[in-house]
Design a binder for this molecule. Sequence first.
Ligand SMILES: [Zn+2]
Length: 379
Amino acid sequence: MRLIIACAIVVFSVLAAVALTRMNALSPPSTVATNAPASKPAMAPKPVPPANPVATVASIAPVSTAAAAAASTPAAPESTAAARLGTTVAAGPATPVPAAAPTPAPAAAPPAPAPQPVSCPGNPDALGIARTVQIDTTGGPGFGFEHFKQHDFLKPGEVVLTFDDGPWPNHTPAVLAALARHCTKAIFFPIGKHATYYPEILRQVAAAGHSVGSHTWSHADLSKKSPDEAKAEIEKGISAVAWALEGAPAAPFFRFPALKHPPEMVTYLGERNIGIFSTDLDSFDFKMRKPDQVVKSVMDKLKKNGKGIILMHDFQKPTAEAIATLLVQLKANGYKVVFVTAKDTLKTLPEYDEQLRQDAKLPTVSQRPTSDVVHTINE
Ligand SMILES: [Zn+2]
């Protein structure tokens, strides 16, 4: 009798184990559920981008069993694994999957292939530029999912570096040096007044090949200005940048100060065919005092978003000090830089060029009252 009971327990255990195994096999991984809705929010949290190109390819398409097997075959050289993946992606399901869809991580981590070396003298670990895009700004398209809901042009793991409020001594050159060390490029949104203080620094930005947009004349909150005043802020800022660049092309790219977007001015920029850049990841670097905080802020937000247009300030000292480390970390975590350029060159409006020319008394950095600056020492 005891033997019969023991046998029954064994048989029951085996049956239960088999049933559990089948249930597990039929249940999709929980991350697949996030892939299901077709109308997902564009900037839904995404998994951290993998640190190798093979896995990146896998992440933009459903990973079939064969693809996963190919990717996880340790013996397969990188090119072979990638070729197999490419074949699998090309022969994928009839329903196309949006490139930016959140995807589950591959079931098994593929072997880490050697990263593609970037051609950058003196820096084998350079970020480089993964992709250059050209924006047709006709009609004033908006970018950055903090405010705009169109033009999701970044793939998982891709970032656009943007820097506001310069040019500024020491800080802007430090950012330029760090970007140059990585042979990578960014968009700068200078303040018009600052461009008139330090035109030679802004010319360095343009000479290094970065895209230069604008960011108003005096960094005024345009939502608190009349339409005419707001228009003058925008146009005088554009004229100041053009004046500083001495003929080097400026991009028809604009960022609103404090990301305040009055609707009349959004319409106005549309009529001027100027693209508007909000952000996907606001670093809030202007609130930070230490470079480590800036690096952590950007990397944490990227981990959550998986990609995005990153807003930083070359005007800020902690950012200038953080940028070298940040670029190293971006590279180490497999992120790729997309360089955003403009199809057309921005043309100034002559009346605002004239305003700038007539304003022979250009402002200086010092805002101290005369009683502070000039002291009678002998009378
Ligand atoms: Zn700003």
